[in-house]
Ligand binder design. Structure first.
Ligand SMILES: [Zn+2]
Length: 383
């Protein structure tokens, strides 16, 4: 009979911990950080994992959470003991919620105690599962996305001198702890930064009838601005007219950095970048919204914008999608990037150039923001 083990736990508790303290709340001892440990294989960086005999067990999970008092950087180290050599490889997925998936080859969960509270800042819970009775999938649920450069999965050899078994090590780093947000319902007095995509020397996409993306984006943004102002919100645009933010013909990154900086410096409540889509396939159509889950609210903002734009604009619902776009990743507040419709689709190009349709999309964006603040307020601002 195949040995099958399932170890599953979801911890939603948010434990506040003071900076510069090692928290070791696991039922086992804390995972000691040994800088001198020998790496067998660093996934994605070093090849050379040896052949694995298989049939091993994962016997114990240990962890440590560390916050640097000076930089605010956070680090979570998970160490999973194994009875013999194993291979491990980690992948981060953004959807449906951020999670790190670690495939461990050659071992099944043993009598492991998974009843661990991972603190909730960097990770919420860990689950181990073997589907085939040979290998294990470890899933670490995280509240926020991490970059390729912010996690590492590797294995360590048995170290008899220090009485250490074979191990899988999972390191997750957070350069800076996310800010605490607390929202109230309503648009009044909210500080909203709007970013009309492209502009100046960068026209963005261009439709077959000659409509430029920068013109559509700016027209819709100005309508959003007017509606928000009427509702009592404070609105700042990254650029007011058809111009570059950083300067004419700046590099793409400088230009995007300048846009994110506007929102960061002004300490906006939310940031929304407005774009129109384009695809090689002229049949591609619909509305979509992108987010990067770097606060607990980014996907909530995206979902609300998307739903309301579908209601008012009536185009195909292409849904919300996680993405690495600079302006939604490097803004510190909840942010989203909307793609109103496809300029490459002749029918949608016509719509995008039409002030009535532009107003409908603007109304959708404002309605989505209003719903977002109402829902974010019920979250209580708790991180
Ligand atoms: Zn664009």
């Amino acid at each position: 009979m195949l040995r099958r083990a399932l170890c599953f736990l979801v911890i939603c508790a948010v434990i506040a911990f003071s900076p510069a303290v090692y928290a070791a709340k696991a039922s086992t001892s804390s995972a000691a950080y040994k800088p001198g440990s020998r790496l067998l294989a660093v996934v994605g960086k070093t090849a050379g994992a040896s052949t694995v005999p298989g049939g091993q067990q994962l016997t114990k999970i240990r962890w440590a959470n560390h916050i640097d008092a000076v930089t605010g950087a956070g680090k979570l180290r998970l160490v999973i003991d194994a009875t013999g050599p194993i291979q491990a490889k980690g992948t981060v997925v953004a959807s449906p919620t951020p999670r790190l998936i670690v495939d461990v080859k050659g071992a099944v969960p043993g009598n492991t105690d998974c009843d661990i509270d991972l603190g909730g800042k960097i990770a919420d819970s860990i689950a181990m599962k073997s589907e085939d009775g040979k290998d294990t999938v470890i899933t670490v649920e995280m509240p926020l996305m991490v970059d390729e450069s912010e996690y590492k999965v590797f294995t360590l050899k048995k170290d008899p001198a220090n009485k250490k078994p074979y191990r899988v090590v999972i390191d997750i780093n957070q350069p800076v702890l996310p800010a605490n947000f607390s929202f109230t319902p309503g648009l009044k007095d909210k500080l909203i930064v709007l970013d009309p995509g492209h502009g100046g020397s960068d026209p963005g996409a261009i439709g077959s009838a000659g409509t430029t993306e920068k013109a559509v984006n700016l027209a819709v943004t100005l309508k959003v601005k007017a509606l928000l102002a009427k509702a009592g919100a404070k609105v700042i645009l990254t650029h007011q007219d058809d111009s570059d933010v950083f300067g004419p013909n700046a590099s793409a990154v400088d230009e995007l950095k300048a846009r994110a900086t506007v929102a960061n410096v002004k300490k906006a409540d939310i940031f929304v970048s407005i774009h129109s889509n384009a695809a090689l396939n002229r049949g591609a159509e619909g509305t979509s919204t992108y987010y990067y889950q770097k606060t607990r609210y980014d996907s909530l903002l995206a979902r609300n914008l998307q739903a309301a734009m579908i209601e008012t604009g009536g185009l195909e619902d292409k849904g919300t999608l996680p993405a690495n776009f600079y302006v939604i990743k490097r803004t510190v507040m909840p942010a989203a990037l909307v793609e109103l419709a496809f300029l490459s689709n002749p029918a949608e190009e016509k719509l995008l150039a039409n002030p009535q349709f532009q107003l409908k999309m603007a109304e959708g964006i404002v309605e989505g923001m209003e719903r977002f603040f109402a829902q974010a307020a019920t979250k209580g601002g708790a991180q």
